[in-house]
Each structure stands twice: as structure tokens, then as C-alpha cells.
Design a protein around this ligand. Structure first.
Ligand code: S3P
Length: 191
């Protein structure tokens, strides 16, 4: 399997920041699916949802994930597959097609957090998160129902880290420890 670490999980579990920090720690490349979607669409995520709807956003998300996961470029020095850390958006893995592509590409790490922790981290940005603003429900109600609806999808991750009481560096440490314990150390995780 190519050395690719894929981060999934609910909004505000820290996927993007953890992916950046983890990639830096390992000296690997780093991709953020939401950033790539925004580049492709030429507009921010709330505008994609507002102007073209969720279905269009999900279509862009599938394209971006397929392109990132199918990175067959080789390292010019050693000829091996180029390692990468990939942050996906919170709804990406719900799509079975995305799950299949990502599962084939590398190891999938699910980040979780308690609903109250998510609500606190999201704070005022809740209004600019289309999947939370939808329906105009109280934040905790919406977080809980969406988390429940996605429970099975997130459970398909290869391993899961609860980030509720952890800071960024502690999450990165926990991921590296969990991968090492599962014998992914052939990926030179201590770089
Ligand atoms: C979404 C999560 C967002 C973004 C979009 C949809 C979701 O990403 O992809 O707003 O469906 O949970 P983050 O999880 O990085 O916030």
C-alpha cells in the first residue's frame, strides 16, 4: 500500500490542522480536499452550496478525491510512491465511492470529538458551515443528528482517535503511535 494517511471525521475534529502538522512532522506532502474544491470552483464552499447546491459540491468533492487518491507520481530519487497526508471534508467518506477510492489509496484515520466539543470549536463559524446551518436548527441538535446519520460511515475508518481532550500535537502523537503499533512503521513514520 502506498504511504498515504487520510484523515476523515466530523467537522471541527481538526482534520485540516492535524494533516498540516502531521505532514510537516513526517516531511510528507499535504493535500486538503476542501482547498482543492474551492480552487476548482473558484468560490468559497458556502457559495458553492448556495449557488449550485450540495449535489454540485459533492460532485466536485468526488472529482477532487479521485484525482488526489490516484497520484501515481514516483519519487525522482528512490522511484517509490510519494507519501502524502490528505485531509478530507467531513462528509466525503459518507459517499461509498469516495470510501472505496480512499481505502484503496492508504490508511484512513477517523478523528472524533464529543458534540459539545464540536459545538465549542465551531463557535460562530456555524453560520458559514452549510451542513450545520441547514434547517436552522439549534447547533447541538444539528450536530447530534448529523453525527448520528454518519456514524456508520465514520466507523469504516481503519483507526479512530478521539480528539476531545487533546491539542494538535497530542493528536499527531496519537496518530503516529497508533500507526506504529499497527506496523505501519515501514512508512518511516519517525522522519
Ligand atoms: C462538510 C464539511 C466541510 C466541507 C463542507 C461539507 C460536511 O469540511 O467539506 O462544508 O458535509 O461535513 P470540514 O469537515 O473540513 O469542515
Amino acid at each position: 500500500m502506498a504511504p498515504k494517511i487520510i484523515l476523515t471525521g466530523f467537522m471541527a475534529t481538526g482534520k485540516s490542522a492535524v494533516a498540516r502538522t502531521l505532514a510537516k512532522r513526517l516531511g510528507w506532502r499535504h493535500f486538503d480536499c476542501d482547498v482543492e474544491i474551492v480552487k476548482r470552483a473558484g468560490m468559497p464552499i458556502p457559495e458553492i452550496f448556495r449557488d449550485a447546491g450540495e449535489a454540485h459540491f459533492r460532485a466536485l468533492e468526488r472529482e477532487v478525491i479521485a484525482a488526489i487518491a490516484d497520484d501515481r507520481r514516483r519519487c525522482p530519487q528512490c522511484g517509490g510512491a510519494r507519501p502524502a497526508v490528505i485531509a478530507t471534508g467531513g462528509g466525503a467518506i459518507v459517499d461509498p465511492c469516495n470510501f472505496t477510492v480512499l481505502h484503496r489509496a492508504g490508511v484512513i484515520i477517523g478523528l472524533t470529538a464529543r458534540p459539545d466539543v464540536i459545538a465549542r470549536r465551531v463557535g460562530r463559524s456555524a453560520k458559514s458551515r452549510p451542513m450545520l446551518a441547514e434547517g436552522g436548527k439549534p447547533l447541538m441538535v444539528r450536530i447530534t443528528e448529523l453525527m448520528e446519520a454518519r456514524r456508520e460511515a465514520y466507523a469504516r475508518a481503519d483507526l479512530t482517535i478521539d480528539t476531545s481532550g487533546l491539542n494538535l500535537e497530542q493528536v499527531v502523537d496519537a496518530i503516529l503511535e497508533a500507526l506504529t503499533a499497527r506496523r505501519y512503521n515501514a512508512w518511516r513514520l519517525s522522519a
